[in-house]
Every structure is written in C-alpha cells, then in structure tokens.
Design a protein around this ligand. Structure first.
Ligand code: CA
Length: 226
C-alpha cells in the first residue's frame, strides 16, 4: 500500500511517515501543494492525505485538481481547520474523510484502514446501459438523448436494474429492494412495473434492453436476447 502525504510541517509529516512505515505502508511526503499534485498525478497511490494550509497551493485546490484526473483515490484531509464550513467545502470538493489536528495516531490509522478497506469508489452519478442513461443526482433518465418521465417506483426499479446491469434479479430481490418490507400487495406487481418500464424505455427502440429470464426474473443488459 502506497500513501502520499502532503504536509508542510516537517515535524508532523515525519511523525506520520514513521508511524505508517512501522505499519508497513510506503509513504511519500510532499512539503507543498504543487509538488503534492505532481506526485498525485505521477504515481498510483492507494490513499492521499492532504493538509489544507499549504505553501504554493491550498489543499482544497490540490484536491479539486486531483479529482479532475483521478476520481477514485481515497483522500483524507488532515488539518487544523475545524470549522464545519471547511469540512463541507472539502467533502464537496471530493474528500472522503476529514481529521482535525491535533489527532491521535491510533485514530488516523483506523481511519486510513477504513478507507483502504472500502477501496476505490465510483463517483460518477451516471449509470449507462447502451444508449440508456440514468443520473442518480438529478434522477433524470434519457434514452438516445431523449428524456423519459418515470414515476418514483418506475425510477427505483430502473435504478436497481441498471445498478446491477447484466445480473439477473429475481422478483423477490426486486420487491425487497424497490418496495419495503411491509409490502404484501399483489404478487405480480414486479411484472406490472416492468411492463410499464418497457413501454417507456424500450418501446420504439430496435434494441430491447430489459429482458425476461424465464423462471428467474429480470435483467437489463446490452447483450444478446436470452
Ligand atoms: Ca500546513
């Protein structure tokens, strides 16, 4: 595991680097914003720790620039700035965690391990299956660039199918995910909603994306008809 630490206080960075080396992490230290950004763009790191008040370039700006090229590397902000506004600002810029100084090394270590356990995270809010596109943030759905209006249940069903594209989902899985546990309505509810979705998503298109897998359930995929 290789970690980049961008920190201008030599005492802090050597303390962290020594502690992490003892935990068998490989640590590169950058003492200012520009060299930190340079290293982040050059090497593959499993995690980046970033101070905010840095010479040359503010940590938040370094973070923004890292995110334009690398959306998946976990970034932990390590700073004396403890205002809620700073935290929000940096999480919005793409941070994954935020720890304020002074901190206990033991806490830093468990946070690092938790981030590494999670691994690279997909940050794109858009899922695609062929020319069908769903944006989880705006909750907009488009096929071939044309907007499709869905009810909230239709949207939830499509989102579930698209998040698991090419995977066959049983009716039970769909009910448990899209409806809640108290659902005890008609048993063919899934088929009814899939039919509605097909009308809106597949009708008028040569390629049918929503597929029935006989005796099992449904899937959405760009593959051949099953
Ligand atoms: Ca600093």
């Amino acid at each position: 595991m290789r970690i980049l630490l961008v920190e201008d206080e030599a005492k802090v960075s050597s303390f962290i680097a020594r502690g992490l080396a003892a935990e068998r992490f490989a640590v590169d230290v950058a003492p200012d914003g520009p060299s930190g950004l340079d290293l982040a763009n050059t090497y593959h790191y499993d995690l980046i720790m970033l101070d905010l008040m840095l010479p040359g370039m503010e940590g938040t700006e370094v973070l923004r620039r890292i995110r334009t090229k690398n959306s998946t590397v976990p970034v932990l902000i390590l700073t004396a700035k403890d205002a809620v506004a700073d935290k929000i600002n940096n999480f919005e810029a793409g941070a994954d965690d935020y720890l304020t100084k002074p901190f206990a090394f033991a806490e830093l270590l468990v946070r690092i391990k938790a981030l590494l356990r999670r691994g690279p995270v997909t940050r794109s809010s858009t899922v695609r299956v062929e020319d069908l596109e769903l944006d989880r943030l705006s909750q907009q759905v488009k096929r071939a660039g044309k907007r499709i209006e869905l009810t909230s249940k239709e949207y939830a069903l499509l989102e579930y199918l698209m998040s698991n594209a090419s995977r066959v989902l049983s009716r039970t899985m769909i009910i448990e995910h899209v409806w809640d546990q108290s659902f005890d309505g008609i048993t063919n509810i899934v088929d009814v909603y899939v039919r509605h979705l097909r009308d809106k998503v597949d009708d008028g298109h040569e390629r049918k994306l929503i597929r029935t897998v006989r005796g099992v359930g449904y899937t959405i995929s760009s593959g051949e008809e099953s």
